[in-house]
Every structure is written in C-alpha cells, then in structure tokens.
Ligand binder design. Structure first.
Ligand code: PLP
Length: 411
C-alpha cells in the first residue's frame, strides 16, 4: 500500500490567498459591474525594463547559433557571468566580500527558502516571526519539523516571535532554544526593517546557540534609508551563521520570468549529532547539482542586464513608481486617521484596523463597500490579527482610485 506523507494533512486548510480569491469571486459574481482593485497579492504590475528585454532577445538569438549556443550552466548553480555581476554589485559595492562560488542562482526565493531545509536535521527547532511569510512555516510542516497543530493556525514545535507595534515589528530574541531562525527584512507583511544593531543581536544569538539564520532579503531593493543594511553579511561574523536569499522578482519584475539566488558562505557550518562541524556550502552545491539543472541561459542573461548601467537606471524608475504608491497610501490613510506602518523601506503597508474590527471583517468591509482587495493580517499569524496588508505594486491610477473609495467609505 502506498502511504501518503501525512505531514501534508497538518497544513491549515484554506491557504490565505485561495480564501481571498474565493471571497473576491463571490463578490464579483454578486456584483458583476463592480470594478475591483487589488491591493492584496504581492505581484508586480509594471513591465520588465527595456534593457532586460533587449538582453533576452540577444540571448535567444545566441541560442540559435552554434558558436554562441549555451547548454547546462556551471553545474546548475548559475553562469559565472551572472554570479560575478551579483558579487560585484550586490556585495562588493557594500564592502562585503562574497566569492562567486558562494552564490547559487535559482528559479525563485520561494523555492530556495523551502528547499534549503533539506540541509538540516528534522529535529531542529525553527523560529519564525509572527506574522510571517507563510512559506517558511508550511514547507517545514510538509517536512515534518513542526509537530501537531496547536490552534489559531500555529504548531506545537515552532517558536513564534511576535512582531508587534511595541517592538516596531522587529521581534525580540527567542527565550526558547531555536536552531533555524527565519528572518525577513525588509519584511513581508509588515514592511519593517532591522538596523545593524538589531541584526547583530541575531548574529550573536546564532553564534552562541550554534544556530543558523535564514535571511530573506527579497525586498532589499526597496530600502531607502542609508543606515539600514541590505545584506545580513554587512554584520560582522554573519558569514559564519547566515544564509541569505535574494530575488529578481520584486527588484526587477521577474515574478513571471523566475530568477533568484542564495548565498551560502564557505565559513557557515552545521553539526552532526556527534558534534562534528560540517560546511554547508558544498552540501548545497551537491544538492543543486543532484536535483536542479539551473535557470535558462535566456533568463540568466536577463538577470545580468539588471546590473548593467541602463538596466540599473530603468529598474530604479520602476521601484520609484511603487515607492511613490507606498507614499500615497501611507499619507492618504494617515490623513483618514488610520495607524499605518511600513511603506518607507518596503513595498508593504501594514494598516491597523479600526478599534474592535478584526482583520477579515475589515477585509470584507473594504471589499464590499470600496471594492478594494487587501490581505487580512490574521492570515500571516495570530499577531497579524487587527491589521491588513496593502501592497504598493498596483498601477498608480488604480492606487489613487482605491484610496478615493476608501476615503468615501471612511466618512
Ligand atoms: N520571500 C518573500 C518574503 C516574498 O514575499 C516572496 C514573494 O512574494 C518571495 C520570497 C518569493 O520570491 P520569488 O518570486 O523569487 O520566488
């Protein structure tokens, strides 16, 4: 008899976005003429930069000629031309030295943050912020690392670290012992960022506890404050304890193209049960060579164009469009009396719901009265109750219209 991985059965029913989609469809069916504006799901809306498109056309033509054809890349970990551009532009420019063989190119930060756990034993305790990007939790549930369901969508063996207005949405160090610590800055969903001093505490904790930090920096391109670190490796000693995830999805509109990368420093080590230390860089390399044959040449050429002068200018313009949306959202909602967080160094705005109104209740109100789709904070964890998340990735005229509608119903 074939048996099923019963860990899947522990996943909480109705993953957030399908539930939002269900409510949206039900509303649209009942009101076919309503023009719904989505400020919910974190997908981008602006087209890919012309310099990136040009690089893809060129790469397609190269694939059609014997002399310039490209097959498998360097062992499925990324062509050297892209990994070199990454080390130079994302790290060396910030005083951080990362070798090209510490960089592993992939098809997405979602898959990398999920797949990386294969390197770690199943008895490790994971720690996540609450609220959290659900992928870190659900993929560990599938792997069997989280124990049974504990109510309110939580799991017995996970250490939850509340991110609240009181701590500026940067969690305190856990009191319990944690081995795999997921941090995401700039944060999805709260839009919070961590200072160097705050990250230093995490690095020190990881060193003291022989833990690893899984640092998701998918939104680093949105940081506007020059004091905020873009990489965890800007913190001294972080290369011994942290893996960093980056993505071209939100940086350069690659959500439909698919390209990202993960940094696994050579200094980083985990331990056997007997206490012997093992370098993780060769293990991740081995994992990719065994299970992944890399990202297409055309896509990696597109990603490399993000780092050329023209590409850099063009992607900056698009990020500016989104961050201007963020500013408009922040300012309009603040004027209407809402308490608003994030949206300065991140494309997410975390809005406190009115007194006594729950996340889903406020979601329904905005959908039914303003025809605006948001994301209920409770869907990201119990501490997200009492908030909704708005994204700044909309078309600017839609954002203005949505805010006008929210204003009209807030009177
Ligand atoms: N990490 C975070 C925090 C995200 O919010 C997202 C996408 O929404 C991802 C990773 C996924 O990125 P990718 O498109 O590279 O898979």
């Amino acid at each position: 008899m074939i048996t099923v991985n019963e860990n899947f059965l522990k996943l909480q029913a109705g993953y957030l976005f399908p539930e939002i989609g269900k409510r949206r469809r039900a509303f649209q069916q009942a009101h076919p003429d309503a023009k719904i504006i989505s400020m919910g799901i974190g997908d981008v809306t602006q087209p890919i930069a012309p310099a990136v498109i040009e690089a893809m056309h060129k790469a397609v033509d190269e694939m059609g000629k014997k002399e310039t054809f490209h097959g498998y890349d360097d062992g499925g970990i990324g062509y050297a031309f892209l990994r070199e551009a990454i080390t130079k532009n994302d790290f060396r420019s910030r005083g951080v030295s990362i070798d090209i063989d510490e960089i592993f190119v992939s098809d997405g930060a979602k898959s990398d943050t999920a797949n990386i756990q294969e390197l770690f034993g199943l008895d490790n305790i994971i720690a996540v912020a609450d609220p959290v990007y659900p992928v870190y939790v659900d993929t560990n549930v599938m792997a069997g690392r989280t124990g049974a369901v504990a109510g309110q969508g939580t799991y017995l063996k996970i250490v939850y670290m509340p991110a609240t207005a009181d701590n500026n949405f940067v969690p305190e160090l856990p009191k319990e012992k944690a081995d795999m610590i997921y941090l995401c800055f700039p944060n999805n969903p709260t839009g919070a960022v961590a200072t160097k001093e705050q990250l230093k505490k995490w690095v020190d904790y990881a060193k003291e506890n022989k833990a690893v930090i899984l640092f998701d920096a998918a939104y680093e391109a949105y940081i506007s404050d020059s004091q905020i670190p873009h990489s965890i490796y800007e913190i001294e000693g972080a290369k011994e304890v942290a893996i960093e995830f980056r993505s071209f999805s939100k940086t350069a509109g690659f959500t439909g193209l698919r390209c990202a990368f993960t940094v696994v420093p050579k200094e980083l080590r985990a331990f056997t049960r007997a206490g012997q230390s093992v370098a993780l860089n060769p293990l991740w390399n081995r994992r990719l060579c065994t299970k992944f044959n890399g990202v297409s040449y055309v896509t990696q050429s597109a990603a490399a164009a993000v780092y050329a002068d023209e590409g850099k200018k063009q992607i900056r313009k698009t990020i500016d469009i989104y961050m201007n949306n963020a500013k408009v959202i922040r300012e309009s909602l603040t004027t209407l009396g809402y308490k608003v967080y994030g949206g300065i160094n991140a494309p997410y705005i975390w809005v406190k719901t009115p007194e006594g109104v729950g996340s889903w209740q406020f979601f329904d109100l905005l959908l039914n009265k303003a025809h605006v789709v948001t994301t209920p904070g409770a869907g990201f964890g119990p501490a997200g109750e009492g908030y909704v998340r708005l994204t700044a990735f909309g078309n600017p005229p839609d954002v203005v219209e949505a805010l006008g509608r929210i204003k009209a119903i807030s009177k």
